[in-house]
Write a protein that binds this ligand. Structure first.
Ligand SMILES: NC(=O)c1ccc[n+]([C@@H]2O[C@H](COP(=O)([O-])OP(=O)(O)OC[C@H]3O[C@@H](n4cnc5c(N)ncnc54)[C@H](OP(=O)(O)O)[C@@H]3O)[C@@H](O)[C@H]2O)c1
Length: 302
């Protein structure tokens, strides 16, 4: 049982659905909706109160792509949370390969850097007490026919740093390719962090191929338009699941202690169905040196 949880990216898609499912669990007293837009957050809060009949939601303003916003958000938290869901993310907006003031790409900032600061500060301050969940993707271990497995030459700290700053990628206009290596680094960081904090369960989980969220329906470029068409085809042949199914993976991992700290869980095969330890598919995920190298590279930008 958990009493309090903070969910980033909670005004829509998987984050909001995770908030809805958690509100219906026994014992959950406080759900912080981590959102960057106050209006959208208010609308989500009202909607969640109406759909659940529970009045446990608090708005927590945070833009995870902006480290100053993350720091202010942490300062505004006046009591510890038992659980944290690092869900905000996706393709990185209109210009995912633009560089932020911290020297990383936007897609890296939103999916990784802000969450690293958030989780590590909360852990240091003992403000995260039971379980943290980083939302990764099957793309991090490769999806045959859809997304190549991240292909690193050395997996050194320097090479991981090039994923963060974008120089790893030959084209800066490709808005799809950076996503998989970025989510891969997030999963590796989570495993590395889990070894530093053995008293808190720290897990990476993919929601699996989830239809109907912004991530799977926005069409900001020709490339993403092509991607959307592929997703529509996959929905037609039953290879994607509903948002309720994707978000339930997060809820299960938070509540069920048989999900082990340090492990990255995602679909055992393809992008839907039962979940399993992804290092059985991509052994590098369990390599502690590679995990630490990814983590060290991330810290160069903090
Ligand atoms: N859907 C899938 O098939 C799938 C598969 C694997 C992994 N995932 C991952 O699952 C997570 C949720 O995705 P989704 O499908 O639910 O996408 P979504 O519908 O686009 O939801 C993303 C949420 O993140 C928020 N967000 C984006 N940038 C933010 C920022 N800088 N600070 C704070 N919040 C921010 C969005 O808020 P705004 O409304 O303000 O933009 C929105 O609430 C993502 O990390 C995604 O990469 C999704």
């Amino acid at each position: 049982m958990i009493k309090s949880v903070l969910i980033t990216g909670a005004n829509g898609g998987l984050g909001k659905e995770c908030a809805r499912q958690l509100a219906l669990q026994d014992g959950v007293q406080k759900i912080y909706l981590g959102c960057r837009n106050e209006e959208k957050a208010e609308a989500a809060k009202k909607d969640l109160e109406k759909s659940t009949g529970k009045f446990v939601f608090d708005i927590f303003l945070i833009d995870v792509s902006d480290l100053n916003s993350v720091r202010s958000a942490i300062d505004s938290l006046d009591e510890p949370v038992e659980a944290l869901v690092m869900n905000a993310g996706g393709w990185g907006g209109e210009h995912p390969m633009d560089t932020t003031e911290n020297g990383v790409t936007r897609v890296f900032a939103v999916n990784v850097l802000g969450h690293v600061l958030l989780a590590e500060e909360l852990l240091k301050k003992k403000m995260l007490t039971k379980v943290g969940l980083y939302v990764s993707s099957e793309a991090a271990r490769g999806i045959p026919g859809m997304d190549e497995r991240p292909n690193l030459a050395t997996s050194s700290v320097d090479e991981f740093a090039t994923i963060a700053d974008g120089s790893f990628f030959t084209s800066r206009s490709d808005s799809i390719k950076p996503y998989a290596p970025v989510k891969y680094m997030g999963a590796l960081w989570m495993s590395s962090l889990a070894r530093q904090y053995p008293d808190v369960r720290l897990i990476a989980m993919s929601p699996g191929g989830t239809a109907g969220t912004e991530v799977t329906s926005s069409t900001s470029s020709l490339k993403t338009l092509m991607f959307q068409l592929m997703i529509k085809m996959m929905c037609l042949v039953g290879k994607m699941h509903k948002v309720e199914v994707g978000a339930k993976r997060f809820v299960d991992a938070l509540l069920d202690e048989s999900y082990k700290s340090g492990v990255f869980y995602a679909s055992k095969e393809g992008i839907t169905g039962p979940v399993g330890d992804q290092s059985e598919i991509f052994a590098d995920l369990a390599n502690e040196i590679i995990q630490n190298n990814a983590s060290e590279a991330i810290h160069r930008f903090l």
